[in-house]
Design a protein around this ligand. Structure first.
Ligand SMILES: Cc1cc2nc3c(=O)[nH]c(=O)nc-3n(C[C@H](O)[C@H](O)[C@H](O)COP(=O)(O)O)c2cc1C
Length: 358
């Protein structure tokens, strides 16, 4: 089971007002990245966000996020082993600039860059750029043309012209090429059928929000994804998910802390804004499923719950592994505290369970 950290460039993924939560502070981010790098965590994944979820309060803290490309460049310089991701909203950056920045970060990090491509869904943040957000499936059509241009820029030695539905480039070339050959890994987290099709066609890693909590249903979801990639596009993809983690010596202590940060001090304005915008702009899941996951969205953006003792968390990760999940992105309210507990408690148990190497 591969592991990553998610959300270090912003305020983490929990919608909470507790003071120990991340606040977009670079020193906290790089400190956690360095620890993760030292303990063998494979991936550091930021999220791309331009504006928060509370429309009537644009200055709301849900909008705090350091820029992903520059974050990845600096994190790449500060670490030595983990893959460093940048997350890129297709409509906010021209493919020539994206290709060049990715290649640059791949050089800075010694070939450790990966690219998370997102089509965008938060209408107010995209409309800040002065253009209407495209209709849902059209966003993925644009993303397809965008990524094909990146791949050409990363691999072709001669300048080329391109005239497509979304981009026109003239005698385009990008040098130097990325360190990784033919190019850095691509990840996508599209949740809709159209998003999954995009991931199956172009991504090496597909991210899923695991909606079910039992092994058979999770396996069915993962198998369907792999089958789509294999049968439609002849590709083998990894399937990852993400989790919010609360680890304590007893389950009661873990549940109490979850209650403290998500219920007593939960950021309900963020949650309401997020539910509304997601409902309007994505095809992630039917409204009733979305409603049933309300608490999970607040506790950790809809991630798979890892709450309890080290043994309970290990059992849950073992279940994900049996269901075919290749990797999990972890997040905590307080990453310093979470990583330290994880290294002492869960990490050795994962080795004992044969899920990870020492
Ligand atoms: C692990 C994960 C990370 C994501 N990161 C971002 C992000 O950084 N920025 C963003 O706008 N959307 C992000 N998304 C949202 C997806 O890209 C996608 O828009 C969403 O899952 C809805 O699916 P759909 O676009 O196929 O309807 C993320 C989703 C997941 C599951």
């Amino acid at each position: 089971m591969k592991l990553g950290l998610f959300g270090l460039n912003g305020i983490g993924i929990s919608m909470t007002k507790v003071p120990e939560a991340l606040s977009g502070d670079w020193s906290a981010s790089v400190r956690a990245s360095k620890v993760a790098d030292q303990v063998g965590i494979e991936a550091l994944v930021p999220y791309a966000r331009w504006k928060g979820y509370v429309e009537e309060e644009p200055e709301h803290r849900s909008g705090i996020a350091l820029d992903c490309y520059t974050w990845a460049a600096a994190t790449g310089q500060a670490t030595t082993q983990s893959a460093v991701f940048t997350t890129s909203h297709v409509p906010t950056i021209h493919p020539i600039l994206a290709a060049k920045q990715c290649a640059t970060i791949d050089h800075i990090s010694g070939g450790r860059l990966a690219l998370n491509v997102v089509a965008g869904w938060n209408r107010p943040e995209l409309e800040m750029f002065g253009a209407a957000m495209r209709e849902h499936d059209d966003r993925y059509a644009q993303a397809g043309e965008w990524i094909e241009l990146l791949r050409r820029l990363w691999t072709e030695d001669e300048a080329f012209d391109h005239e497509g539905s979304y981009y026109r480039v003239s005698k385009a070339i990008s040098l130097p090429k990325p360190v990784q050959h033919p190019f850095p890994p691509i990840m996508n987290a599209g949740g809709s059928d159209r998003g999954r099709e995009f991931a199956a066609k172009y991504a090496d890693i597909a991210f899923v929000i695991v909606k079910a909590d039992d092994e058979a249903s999770i396996r069915a979801e993962v198998d369907a994804y792999r089958k789509l990639a294999r049968e439609e596009y002849g590709r083998d993809i990894q399937v990852w998910t993400f989790s919010y983690v609360v680890q304590r010596p007893t389950e009661k202590e873990a549940r109490d802390y979850l209650h403290y940060y998500a219920e007593e001090n939960g950021d309900d304005r963020s949650l309401e804004g997020w539910m509304r915008l997601q409902g309007m702009n994505t095809k992630l899941m039917p409204p009733e499923v979305m409603e049933s996951l309300r608490f999970r969205f607040k506790a950790g953006n809809g991630g798979f719950e890892l709450v309890g003792t080290p043994e309970q968390i290990t059992d849950r990760i073992a279940m994900l592994s049996r269901a075919g999940i290749d990797g999990v992105l972890l997040s905590w309210v307080d990453y310093d505290d979470g990583l330290s507990r994880w290294s002492d408690g869960v990490a050795p148990l994962l080795v004992q369970a044969g899920l990870r190497k020492a």
